[in-house]
Design a protein around this ligand. Sequence first.
Ligand SMILES: *Cc1c(COP(=O)(O)O)cnc(C)c1O
Length: 369
Amino acid sequence: MSKKNIYVTQPTLPPLEEFIPYLQQIWDNKILTNGGPFHQQLEKALCEYLGVEHISLFTNGTIALVTALQALRITGEVITTPHSFVATSHSLLWNGIKPVFVDIDQDTLNLDPEKIEAAITPQTTAIMPVHCYGHPCDVEAIQKIADNYNLKVIYDAAHAFGVQDQSGSILAHGDLSVLSFHATKVFNTFEGGAIVCPDAKTKVRIDQLKNFGHVGEVTVVAPGINGKMSEFNAALGLLQLKYIDQALAGRKKIDVAYRERLKGVKGIRCLNDAGEKVANYSYFPILVETDYPISRDDLYQKLKDNGIHPRRYFYPLISDFPMYRGLLSAHRENLPVATAAAQKVLCLPIYPDLDILVVDEITRFIAAQ
Ligand SMILES: *Cc1c(COP(=O)(O)O)cnc(C)c1O
C-alpha cells in the first residue's frame, strides 16, 4: 500500500499567492468583520453559483442551525434523523427542543418520509432532515407531510453544496437550508456556514439574529448571538469559489473510479449514484454487507493498519449518544434501518487530488479479503 497515510478527506486549498491580494485589501481598508465588502460579495457570488435568492453567511454551520431554529421560532418537538453528525440534533438541544428520531430509508440513508407521520404529536413544530452525503432527501414527500400538518422544514444541507434536482438547487426546498463550510466540506472557508432563505424579510431577521439582535446603534430586537463570518473567511470563500468546479470534477473522477472498481465485489454495496447533474461527490460511502468475508470493523482496522483511514460515518448513531439515548424515539427497535446502517457503512477517501492509483490500491485491497 501507499507509503503515506491517506485520510478520508484532505482540505482543498487555493494557491496561496492568489490569497495575498485579498489580505492586502483587508489590511488596507481595515474592515475585518460585520458585513464588510468581502462578506457582501461572497453572499452575492454564492447566490449566483448555487442558484438561490438569499443567503446569510455564518461563522460555522452549527451556529447557523441554532439560529435557523430561532429565526422560525421553532419549539416543542422536531422530527430528525439519527444518521447524521451530532451537530444536527445538538442544535435542537441548544434551543430547548426535543429531538424525535425517525428511521431512515435503506436506499438513500436519508429520513424515510413514510415513517414521519407516525412520529408527529401535538408538540411537533418542524422536521429537520439531512441531505446525507449530499444525496437529496425526498423533498416532495417531506413537503407534503409538512403542509398537511402545518410544520416547518429546516434542511441540514451541510453535505449538499451545489447539489441540484430536476427543479434546480436542492437548497431551495423547505423553509430554510443550512450549509457548512468547514475545512472537511466540499466548499470550505476553514470555518464557515450559511443559511439559505426564501425571501428578503427572512434574511433580514436572520442577519439581525447573527449580530446580537442589533438593528441600528441603539435598538436590539431579539436575544441574538454572534454568528458573523469574518472578512478573512469571506475573502477565502471568494477565492475558493473560483476553483469549485475544478474540485467537483476531481471528486467525480474518484467517485466513478471507485464505482467501476467495486462493481461485482461480493458483499460491498455502493450507495446509489445520485446522477450526473445532482451530485457533489462529497463522500464515498460503501455498505459492508453480511456476505462480505469480514466484518465492517475488521475491514476498517485492516485498512488503517495499511495507512488508509476511512471513517464510519455515521457510527455511533446520534441516538446512541448519552444525551439522546434516554429518549423513547432513540430506542434501537424504533430505528432498525439506521441501526443496521451504522454497522455497515464505511466512507472511503475522496478528495479532488486523490491519486487514482490509491483508489486502485484501496479497491484491490477490499476485493482481496
Ligand atoms: C459538518 C456538519 C455540521 C456542522 O457544521 P460546522 O460548520 O462544522 O459547524 C452539521 N451537520 C452536518 C450533517 C455536518 O456534516
